[in-house]
Design a binder for this molecule. Structure first.
Ligand SMILES: [Cu+2]
Length: 208
């Protein structure tokens, strides 16, 4: 037994070290945040204004140019203009193109008219009062997702309805791993100018 004892003792620190590495969950320090320019800086023609740009400049983003962050990371929206960030999470097995098809169908909906009469076309993709026109036709107000919006798959909506000349940045809550569509809540911007991109949230690796 005495001969065996030395190799066993030598192995103990290795086993302890391995167990520690396996037992520690991914650390928050690993998360990577991201940011975008949500609406072109200044007042531009719609084809330029109603787009999402990399925070450091460059061509308008599309669903083919994802913003890469990692799980637990947030996205900061540097707003400029009458826009409102909205984030949709892909469902299990759903592709980006399938998600866009779903969003496009939603954009084409007519909603019950609260004043009675014929249904009215949707003018906002989610949130309170989705039939109201965006500014300058209606003033801004606080906003939030409804439970039906969450059931549909939306995970974040900035808390103020689109308002002209809005330059107040806002930041999403931490996002879990997965793929998201980032779009403007103003239907005319989403559908008419394709104001959308994707967020690719990678799982966090083990601590360094
Ligand atoms: Cu917009």
């Amino acid at each position: 037994m005495r001969r065996l004892l030395i190799p066993i003792m030598a192995a103990v620190p290795i086993l302890v070290a391995a167990a520690t590495a396996w037992g520690v969950p991914p650390g928050a320090a690993d998360k990577v945040d991201g940011s975008v320019q949500f609406g072109a800086v200044g007042n531009q023609a719609p084809a330029i204004e109603d787009k999402i740009y990399p925070a450091n400049g460059g061509a308008a983003m599309t669903e083919l140019t994802p913003l890469p962050i990692t799980a637990g990371g947030t996205v900061t929206f540097n707003l400029d203009g009458p826009h409102q960030p909205l984030v949709y999470r892909l469902q299990d097995g759903e592709s980006v193109s399938q998600a866009i098809d779903r969003l496009n169908l939603r954009a084409g909906e007519a909603l019950p008219n609260p004043s009675g009469g014929a249904p009215v076309p949707r003018r906002r993709m989610a949130g309170q009062d989705p039939f109201l026109a965006p500014p300058p036709a209606t003033a801004s107000a606080s906003d939030k997702l409804t439970s039906a919006d969450r059931d549909f798959g939306f995970r974040y909506l900035s808390d103020v309805k689109a308002v002209a000349n809005n330059v107040t940045p806002n930041t999403s809550p931490p996002l879990g791993a997965g793929t998201y569509i980032l779009l403007c809540n103003v239907k005319a911007h989403y559908l008419g100018q394709l104001m959308r991109t994707t967020i690719a949230v990678a799982p966090n690796g083990p601590p360094a």
